[in-house]
Design a protein around this ligand. Structure first.
Ligand code: 13P
Length: 251
């Protein structure tokens, strides 16, 4: 049985002070989540990771939005996995579409990062999804399959049982045009089938999230889909009341 997962991606939002204010209001939510078998988390900016981690319950997931695949070296502006581990961060989003489009994050680079994360016993949240043009041209599955097969190449069954995949159609991110639950289920099921082909029955343990304009009033439909195990939420995770409502609406 896969546990539900609600993860807020704060992107480039919140100063450390704002992040701290949010963090201090999460205790009750973590309790509610735990009682209802939901894993709850947020992904603050690098600068706020530590302050958030230190001010939330240990049951709350605090994820990085990115990492480098090398442990150290001449990579100006980057943060390594040992640096994240040093502040007790054990989750990391990889391959978000904004990084794919603005920072040349390729499937090959994602693969290196995911391998490095697993080598460090961390949990990657691997994001995949098609652009509007690809969607309109009927290429969704072809694109997603490539992202999955390259991004997860050469991983072991043992590693991927802790993997989280997020299907985020690019056309639905920040646009208010959320995918229908039928599309979400169809693509998430397709992803699970590829995972099964690559890794066998461990694919049943891998959590697959939907992301893209998820709001308190539309989240429930996604969680009713058999292959959607949770949501990766941007805008609606920034405000504590809306974040709480997202949680309440899936328990
Ligand atoms: P929105 O929920 O703001 O559409 O963002 C989705 C997303 O990109 C989460 O990673």
């Amino acid at each position: 049985m896969r546990r539900k997962l609600l993860l807020g991606n704060w992107k480039m939002n919140k100063t450390s002070k704002e992040a701290l204010t949010f963090a201090k209001q999460t205790d009750e939510l973590v309790k509610i989540a735990k009682e209802n078998n939901v894993d709850l988390g947020v992904a603050p900016t690098y600068l706020s990771l530590q302050i958030v981690k230190e001010n939330v319950s240990c049951d709350m997931i605090v994820a990085s939005q990115n990492c480098h695949f090398e442990d150290y070296g001449a990579f100006t502006g980057e943060i390594s996995i040992p640096m994240l581990k040093d502040i007790d961060i054990s989750w990391c989003i990889i391959g978000h579409s904004e990084r794919r489009s603005y920072d040349n994050e390729t499937d090959e680079k994602c693969n290196k990062k995911i391998k490095a994360l697993f080598a460090n016993k961390m949990v990657p949240v691997y994001c995949v999804g098609e652009t509007l043009t690809q969607f309109e041209n009927g290429q969704t599955k072809e694109v997603v399959e490539r992202q999955i097969r390259i991004g997860l190449k050469d991983l072991t069954k043992d590693e991927v049982k802790n993997l989280v995949v997020a299907y985020e159609p690019v056309w639905s991110i920040g646009t208010g045009k959320n995918a229908s639950k039928e599309i979400a289920e169809d693509v998430c099921k397709f992803i699970r089938d590829i995972l099964c082909d690559m890794f066998g029955e461990v694919s049943e343990d891998i959590r697959i999230l939907y992301g893209g304009s998820v709001k308190p009033d539309n989240i429930k439909q996604y969680l009713s889909c058999p292959d959607v195990d949770g949501a990766l939420v941007g805008g609606a995770s920034l405000n504590i009341d809306s974040y709480k409502q997202l949680l309440i609406n899936i328990i």
